[in-house]
Design a protein around this ligand. Sequence first.
Ligand code: NAP
Length: 554
Amino acid sequence: MTAEILKDRPAHASDAGVTRLDVVIVGAGFGGMYAVYKFREMGLRIQGFEAGGNVGGVWYWNRYPGARVDLPSIDYSFSFSPGIEQEWTWSEQYAAQPELLRYINFVADRLDLRRSIQFDTRVTSAVWDEERQLWTVTTDKGDRYEATYCIMATGPLSVPKDPEIPGLDRYKGRLLRAARWPHEPVSFEGRRVGVIGTGSTGIQIVQEVGKEAGELYVYQRTPSFTMPMRNEALEPEYVAEVKRHYAGIREAARNSAVGGVRPQSTRAFYSVTPKQRRQLLEDAWKNGGIAMLGTFSDLLVNEEANEHVAEFVRGKIDEVVEDPAIAEKLKPRGYPIFARRPCLDSSYYETYNRPNVHLIDCTTDPIVEITEKGVRTQSGEIELDMLILATGYDGLTGALLAFDVVGRDGRTVNDKWKDGARSHLGLMMEGFPNLFMTTGPNGPAALANIIRISEHDVDWIAAAMVHMENNGLATIEPTAKAEQDWMDLVYTLSQRSLLLKAKTWYVGANVKDKPQGLTLFTGGFMRYREHAAAAIQNGYQSFAFERAKEAVAA
Ligand code: NAP
């Protein structure tokens, strides 16, 4: 690809004090960071915007105790720079948030990304100017920018969601949100602490805070399945081996369903004997990580097979939790295992054997209100010094719907997505020319390694820009038919998936009045890449292009 298409065109301010750019990039998580690097290297005039004070996205905000990635660190890292791969050394199999943030900042330093990103700045609107074929972008600092392209690297999990419980404003103790955690250390020693939420975040918090708090009250509405992470320090010899073989590891990841190297199987559950199945599950439990999901190929589509594995994990809860009544409450029922994001823990179930840790089952004893002093459930009030909210996100679509994005004919994304997110390939929307998304809601976003998807999406966008430059084209957008065909495929594949059978953020169930449904591409990362590549190889047939209006007039 001819990358240096517009080398070194300086940004300039027009008479009206509006800065003219080629590309605006919203968000400085993994997707935004790579976009800043890639498009700047291409010689484009770019500007990134980030609401946080620095790079890192979720890892910038989520500084809660126990925050840790649940994919192997070697997988959860950029692959576009062999230099960075060699220079950076991971210390643990599953890196904790401080190490992840160090890595992210190392990349930002190494590539000098920050000079192209305005931090503590929220983009408040992006409006398509039909006549001039560009996006006008405004920020909460009151500045205006004009750009040919707008990249929404706003992330699937960037809008935290408070619970809809009356009285939250009334609480006089210390209220902590997992997704907006303070930068300074928080001590729980001797404190009475409450945690609401038992998803991936709550589970990580509970096992840490349980060790330190005077008393810990866990408010659980839906129990999650969690499996042993079995995290360990990485041996230097292994790290050296990985570094020698990174190219192959990355290639394997790109050619997998999950965008990573975790085990996968082509073996159907009922294709082996009950004894062999049991052994495979025991081995997976012993090995830890997401090995369990990789034991059989059909766990997300075969309900009976899935229930066998769910029952296996429930049995493990019985083995660990000493009080049978608590064990029973912790056992997830009524939805398939893996239909919610599977969690990995180091001592979650063990935490409930501690005398200072108390489980409140909100299905039988619902939270009624937050009071000045604590939380009142149907059975009474518990006074708390601190209350932690681990209540999740307005996932996939929340970030883009939170500000004004106005495309052709004054149509907003809010209007376009009123019945659910729709786009072509999760990358572009009909009616929104030159606006691209990374890890968009109709791609494999939440179901595969977010860094692999981000890199793929940015590279795909770069190729489209080069195609336009080489062919004298001013705008690109998918045709309505291409978008409909993609959404039909997404829908057809999703109907086979057991992900539909749990009330999660994947399907929008955690946000009041949000359209329900599985809009993610469930065909796996590799097939997603094949579809996106085909859209280029067939000569961009599923896209409509326009030439510059001045050129047409002349
Ligand atoms: P989540 O999975 O959506 O969990 C939110 C929790 O809050 C659920 O247990 C939910 O219960 C509970 N909740 C919400 N409102 C409530 C209310 N009014 N009363 C009682 N409980 C309430 O959110 P999350 O744990 O932040 O995880 C989101 C995603 O982030 C994960 O799926 C994962 O993709 C990612 N994540 C990854 C890691 C990692 O890599 N290790 C760590 C953290 C998060 P209900 O289910 O009953 O609504």
